[in-house]
Write a protein that binds this ligand. Structure first.
Ligand SMILES: Nc1ncnc2c1ncn2[C@@H]1O[C@H](COP(=O)(O)OP(=O)(O)O)[C@@H](O)[C@H]1O
Ligand SMILES: [Mg+2]
Length: 489
């Protein structure tokens, strides 16, 4: 399909790529959900299918994002040193440096794409800043897409962008389609254009959805559009769609296969009916908003059941690489307490290991309300680890309260040594104040010591950033058509 009104944006991307032999560049592609960021980057990739290597990384709307998720995606494509370094849980600095080397190869031009950075974890944001400062020394183009209407003044991405050298990033802000372009799309679909621009605000996703609806006219919400289309599918195809709807971004075909064992005709019906697309080894909705619309239409019981099925398959996926943050997500959505207790502490540890403190905090917060089922010693250890990550994430008050609770538990089980360690930790002046400098700022990182684990004897330095927003997301400011959406939890 032709992309309307994107000629100059594509030309700009072409020019940036053409200029990379003289030094790599970063380009920030922004715009509201559905405005066409992915479509633009896909088209750019198609145009350069033979003269550039594209590496793709995606940030997903999990309850707590995967730590360094996009880099893991990219490592699966590159293999080699980067994949080995990640698999060996190499230091974050080593992993970042290896990726930079990967981008600095002579020969074919390279484009790394990080999609939907408004959902990026803290370590990925640090990676973007790291690359932004060094790309000029490579010959790669880094394309980052994000929803600008979801990035308010206190959003972590905003802070990361502020840490980039001013001259290093080119900004491409995509605008909704004009009335003329909407009329052209309507004409191609054999529909009347009257009122279409006004009701969609020119948002290409909404225009496409309205035009694809069986009934002419303007339904109330995107949910109505999607659900009406879903209702036209055979029952087994609807089951496929509903299962795919609980898997953020895209589901692997093997996951679908194991969970439902669908008749291939049912999957084909989903694609033919315009509900799902099959790309490579994955299946997914044409847009994340459409997935959320179907997910939001499920009853609680249904949603839990489907999440349980997905969790089961992902947990049993021997020999396959499944990010632990996905297991935590589905365990939480399924209300499976045992699985949350099993996976969330490990997910927190992995996030902490790459300094994704916000995500580590998110995982600990998922597990701590359930921790009264654990022995006191284990609970105390969880609280200690949480206090460290909360502190490093800029939540000094939370950190103190957690450490206080850990102290009480150590007292209750008579662990004198642990009591002493906690008392020392709590009495340090640096733990009880919020220093002015962000934990993530370069100066803080330069002076940062290892986290103040019990008995380590080190004191946290320069750590209190303003309380981090843990995955706060604003509702998209799309158009009234979206009013039926449930925000991502
Ligand atoms: N310039 C355009 N002209 C026509 N259709 C478009 C255009 N941009 C996007 N679309 C269509 O709109 C839908 C949403 O686009 P997408 O790129 O997924 O949005 P985003 O990534 O910004 O959320 C897709 O179905 C796409 O084909
Ligand atoms: Mg997109």
């Amino acid at each position: 399909m032709d992309l309307l009104e994107r000629t100059s944006a594509l030309r700009e991307l072409d020019e940036l790529l053409a200029g990379t032999p003289g030094g790599g560049r970063l380009v920030l592609v922004s715009g509201e959900a559905g405005v066409g960021k992915s479509a633009l980057v896909d088209r750019f990739a198609e145009r350069h299918g033979t003269d550039a290597r594209f590496l793709w990384g995606v940030c997903d709307p999990l309850l707590t994002p995967r730590a360094l998720g996009p880099l893991h995606d990219i490592a699966r494509q590159t293999g080699g040193r980067l994949a080995a370094e990640i698999a060996a849980e190499g230091s974050r600095e080593a992993v970042f440096a290896t990726f930079l080397d990967e981008l600095d190869r002579p020969g074919r031009r390279q484009v790394a794409v990080v999609e939907d950075a408004h959902w990026a974890d803290e370590a990925t944001l640090d990676l973007l800043v790291f690359l932004g400062r060094r790309l000029a020394r490579t010959n790669a183009l880094l394309v980052v897409t994000f929803r600008d209407d979801e990035v308010g003044p206190d959003h972590p991405l905003r802070a990361a962008l502020g840490r980039l050298p001013r001259e290093s990033a080119r900004r491409l802000s995509l605008q909704p389609l004009s009335e003329g372009a909407v009329a052209e799309l309507a004409g191609r679909a054999g529909r009347a254009a009257a009122g279409l621009h006004a009701v969609t605000g020119g948002n290409p996703l909404l225009v496409t959805e309205v035009l694809a609806a069986a009934e002419p006219g303007v339904p109330a919400t995107v949910s109505d559009l999607v659900l009406a289309r879903l209702a036209t599918l055979p029952a087994d195809a609807q089951e496929v769609v509903r299962l795919a709807a609980v898997v953020p971004t895209r589901a692997e075909l093997w996951l679908l296969e194991e969970a439902l064992r669908p008749d291939p005709a049912a999957v084909e019906a989903c694609a033919d009916g315009g509900m799902l697309t099959v790309a490579g080894e994955t299946v997914g909705f044409r847009h994340e908003l459409l997935r959320q619309a179907v997910e939001g239409s499920l009853s609680d019981v249904r949603r839990r059941g489907l999440n349980r099925q997905v969790l089961q398959v992902l947990s049993d996926a021997a020999g396959r690489e499944v990010d632990i943050a996905r297991l935590v997500h589905h365990a939480r959505q399924a209300g499976d307490v045992e699985a949350v207790l099993r996976h969330a502490p490990e997910a927190a540890r992995q996030a902490a290991a790459v300094s994704a403190h916000r995500e580590a905090v998110g995982h600990y917060r998922a597990v701590l309300p359930l921790a009264d089922r654990l022995p006191a010693r284990q609970r105390a250890e969880l609280l200690e680890d949480y206090s460290v990550e909360a502190y490093l994430g800029g939540l000094a008050g939370e950190a103190l309260r957690a450490r206080q609770r850990a102290l009480e538990l150590w007292e209750a089980v008579g662990q004198a040594g642990k009591v002493g360690e906690s008392l020392r930790w709590l009495s340090r002046p640096s733990t009880t104040t919020s220093p002015p400098c962000s934990a993530s700022s370069p100066s803080a990182r330069a002076t940062r010591r290892p986290p103040p684990r019990a008995g380590s004897g080190s004191s946290p330095q320069q750590m209190g950033s303003p309380p981090a927003r843990v995955r706060g997301r604003s509702r998209s400011a799309l158009s009234p058509l979206c009013s039926g959406f449930r925000p991502v939890p």
